[in-house]
Ligand binder design. Sequence first.
Ligand SMILES: [Zn+2]
Length: 368
Amino acid sequence: MGNHHGYAAIDLEGWRFFLRWPDGLIRETGLELEAAGSGKPRLRSNWSPQFQIGRIMAAMLMLPDPRREYAQTYDALPIARVKGYVLARVGFGPGTEFAGVTDQVTIDPSYITLVNLADEVSIGVTQRWQRLQAVYAAANTLPDSVSSLVRQHRDFLATGEPVTASLTNVVSQLVRLLDPNGQGDPLPWLERAVGIAESAEPTLPSPDQIGEEDRDLAIRAATQYRLTRARGASAARFSRATRDAYGHRCLFCGGKFGGIPQIRSGVDAAHILAWNTYDLDVVPNGLCLCKLHHWAFDAALVLPVYRDGELYLAFTELATELDDHSCGLLGIDGAPLDRAYLPETKALWPSKRYLDHLYADLAISFTP
Ligand SMILES: [Zn+2]
């Protein structure tokens, strides 16, 4: 835990933690923040028997019970198919509330990160909850033994009761029933069984739900949302309009890689934002970029910035990890962007408001 809403973790010693689920229910967790001897505060269960945050979240999200004896299982993937894994992190979303009067924290969980020795994976809480709800709704089409456990899981969560080992037992029975080795993630199996096609929707929360505490994850999420956004009829219109407005030139390098008969366009329309409630499929939310610069933009290495109404190419701190030659191929940090590479109409230029959102959501800092 780092700093949240102006509270340092140390200020929260002895506060009681509640958990708000995406369905709106708030439940007790029995968790308190304890200053460990090593100085790093940890959430501890004050119930007997203890029931820690990782086990609570795993049981609620229908994941196998996290266990620490993962040292022997090195190479088995995917992550929830190993003998042991830990739930290493619970991301606190922006809806998390700190009530100083009553010394209560209501956690709005944004994502969890699962770790074993070989890999780590982050899962959006709302995203997985939506998948679970689709399975709940189709539970009656499952074989009786499976259906009964899925309904027990659903009904338990609907009560808003504190999560205990009884919910873990439901999940464990389900896991054993679906996978004789008892190690797998039951959700993909259930989705196939009820005929839910594999979803192309993002599995991560949007970057504004992740915030500053995990920038790498925010950048991965931004790419996921941009890819999702790139599908569909509205996105196809956006792509054509944006590339036309820029004359099929890359905004960053001026390369004209399109508009040639019989050659597939080599420029893409990239979304600046792909995850909020603005009208996203409009040219001012787009950048026309060549393949290299599209990749570098998605990876948050290079971005356009406004200074005094003019646009410049800016390298982020991440770009300092590239070697000089590779950096040089991306352009020159701080170079003005040629007006000839921008749409003729200024109203179609990249929106400053969208760009400011992007910097904030990805916690972008620029090299001095
Ligand atoms: Zn380019």
